[in-house]
Design a binder for this molecule. Structure first.
Ligand SMILES: C[S@@+](CC[C@H](N)C(=O)[O-])C[C@H]1O[C@@H](n2cnc3c(N)ncnc32)[C@H](O)[C@@H]1O
Length: 237
């Protein structure tokens, strides 16, 4: 965990650049829309692994309030500047410092793969959600494309590449079945687990645009090639 924290402290200053340009905006816009679609407007949201507050910025407004938690002090400092009206805590998802039945919604984007005890975290998320509260996650899924990612990231670390997310962090990627089991074991109902994303921000521009055009088809007809998993569940009333 210390290693992940140090990595994100190191890249905090450049993290937003990735999503400022056209490819990044399209990539992040796509996943944040998927997550947003699983939420109802109005209420208090917790973003786990909130990073620089990109999702919270999108969520705020129309009566929505948000709290963010992240292990990286550097990422949290940026989030506080981006969304001064929200509360941000430096802390780990594996020890959520909130009372039971506090939140109307909990989200996590691109952070869940770092968790070493996902079962315990999901149970704790269930505890802090109010009855009727919603969970919406987007994390890397296990498939033929992502199976090579850990080796590439390990190589990147050896080559001392200072790129966002690149390093040997013992990340966990999930199949639909594993994610479904995780959520249902914690008590969540009305589950939906589906794959999304085919165009990745790190692809060269022409390839990214081709992949972006193919994305709806891949998600609909060849989901095994889409590399993120979007999962939703509700804590029953
Ligand atoms: C790829 S970034 C995603 C940030 C943000 N959710 C976004 O969508 O831009 C992953 C984030 O997860 C955070 N993170 C990793 N492990 C964590 C943990 N155990 N608890 C809280 N945050 C964690 C990292 O510090 C980093 O900010």
């Amino acid at each position: 965990m210390k290693k992940v924290q140090q990595h994100y402290d190191e890249v905090a200053a450049i993290y937003d650049q990735r999503y400022d340009r056209e490819k990044g905006r399209q990539y992040y816009g796509h996943i944040s829309r998927q997550v947003m679609a699983g939420l109802t407007q109005g209420g208090l949201l917790l973003d786990i692994g909130c990073g620089t507050g990109l999702f919270i910025e999108r969520y705020l407004g129309s009566g929505n309030e948000a709290v963010g938690i992240d292990i990286s002090r550097g990422m949290i400092a940026r989030a506080r500047t981006r969304c001064p009206e929200s509360e941000f805590l430096v802390g780990t998802a594996e020890l959520l410092p909130f009372q039971a039945n506090t939140f109307d919604a909990v989200v996590s984007l691109l952070a869940f793969s770092y968790l070493q005890h996902p079962e315990a975290v999901i149970k704790d998320v269930y505890r802090i959600l109010r009855p009727g509260g919603k969970l919406a996650l987007c994390t890397l899924g296990k498939n033929v494309l992502t199976s090579v990612v850990p080796a590439l990231y390990w190589l990147g670390e050896k080559m001392e590449l200072r790129k966002i997310g690149v390093g040997d962090f013992d990340e966990r990627y999930y199949t639909e079945e594993e994610m479904h089991h995780l959520l249902s074991s914690a008590g969540f109902t009305e589950l939906s687990v589906k794959r999304c994303s085919f165009a990745h921000v790190s692809l060269a521009k022409p390839i990214f645009h081709i992949a972006k055009k193919m994305e709806p088809f891949v998600e609909e007809r060849m989901p095994y090639l889409a590399y993120n998993l979007c999962a939703n569940g509700i804590k029953p009333e």
